[in-house]
Design a protein around this ligand. Structure first.
Ligand code: IPM
Ligand code: MG
Length: 358
């Protein structure tokens, strides 16, 4: 097949990790006889420097017309002054909103070969396979904001329709997995959470009678994620809770550098794929960032936006095999072992792809 993939390297380590994903996708295309056309555009701090805007119109236009979007990361100290007029993060938020990417899928599956990289006891990690579905275009991220000299306000707002569509998507996913859905909210305090809970109560028994579901308060969920992570199957939650819980959940996998994500709208085409980690300005430009989260995001892109299941499985398996083989970047390096560079890790994945039996 032919596909047009928009590439938004962004800031910090973004360009380094997306470069490896583009190389791996090119290797997949060669191996399976596809033609992928990559088109780069500016987002975040890089875009602010070049155009004054975090999401330039040309970037949005490219993303709207692409079959899928691969992104690195945005942000950095250069653009984070408290009085900054434009922020890199706003570019990403506007892009998610403009494209209607309301569901952010963040799978958390600890790799058996790197259980030692996690601060959590290995026995608790056995059987952990969680899919967090984070609502991505509503809530406090997008409510009205106000600021005076003496106070500040962020409005958290959700409509029934916004809750329904993400809960249905999460429920369908749970049905294809182990059939359990945990809806996370703060219904003992927040009105938006009480609405969220009411929608879940209405939709699940009627439309998904086979699913087991539960409600969990977000503070309890934060605790439970560490105490008994294997209990979870699919978690569905609002925007900010999902942001926070997935950084926490990344520690189950051992590093933020291992967790991919997919952001989807009503159609599979045009999804946005990005590692959940940030731009890591402290290590940017040194060639030592872990590219696996971005490579795994590229595998999600193949599967979810392009429908290329065998290709996605081949890339995922290649990453898994090089981790098995001990190719470990600095964030997950075994004690005393030499860490792989970003390029070495990418090279190893391409070699694994090319040596695999089809
Ligand atoms: C994420 C990031 C973003 C978010 C930032 C960069 C705006 O933390 O994708 O998790 O909060 O959504
Ligand atoms: Mg985050």
């Amino acid at each position: 097949m032919k596909a047009r993939i928009a590439v938004l390297p962004g800031d910090g380590i973004g360009p380094e990790v997306t470069a490896e994903a583009v190389r791996a996708l090119t290797a997949v295309a060669g191996r399976f006889g596809h033609e992928f056309q990559f088109e780069q555009a500016l987002l975040g701090g890089a875009a602010i420097d070049a155009t004054g805007e975090a999401l330039p119109p040309a970037t949005l236009a490219l993303c709207r017309s692409a079959d899928a979007i691969l992104m690195g990361a945005v942000g950095g100290p250069k653009w984070s002054a408290p009085d900054a007029k434009v922020r890199p993060e706003q570019g990403l938020l506007s892009l998610r909103k403009a494209l209607g990417l309301f569901a952010n899928l963040r799978p958390v599956v600890p790799h058996p070969a790197v259980l030692d990289a996690s601060p959590i006891k290995a026995e608790l990690l056995k059987g952990v396979d969680i899919m967090v579905v984070r609502e991505l275009t509503g809530g406090i991220y997008f409510g009205d904001k106000q600021r005076t000299d003496t106070e500040a306000v962020d409005v958290c707002r959700y409509s029934v329709a916004e809750i329904e569509r993400v809960v249905r998507l999460a429920a369908r996913l749970a049905g294809e997995r182990r059939g359990k859905l945990t809806s996370v909210d703060k219904a003992n305090v927040l009105e938006t959470s009480r609405l969220w809970r009411a929608v879940v109560e209405r939709i699940l028994p009627g439309e998904f009678p086979k699913l087991r579901y539960e409600h969990m308060l977000v503070d309890a969920a934060a605790m439970h994620l560490i105490r008994k992570p294997a209990d979870f199957d699919v978690i569905v939650t609002e925007n900010m809770f999902g942001d926070i819980l997935t950084d926490e959940a990344s520690m189950l996998a051992g590093s933020l550098g291992l967790l991919p994500s997919a952001s989807l709208g009503e159609q599979p085409r045009g999804g946005l794929y990005e590692p959940i980690h940030g731009s890591a300005p402290d290590i940017a430009g040194r060639g030592i960032a872990n590219p696996y989260a971005t490579l795994l995001s590229a595998a999600m892109l193949l599967k979810l936006s392009l429908g290329l299941l065998a290709e996605a499985a081949a890339l995922e398996s290649a990453v898994s095999r090089v981790i098995d083989a001990g190719v470990r970047p600095a964030d997950i390096a075994a004690r005393g072992a030499r860490a792989a560079t970003t390029r070495e890790a990418g090279d190893a994945v391409i070699a694994a792809l090319e040596s695999a039996h089809q």
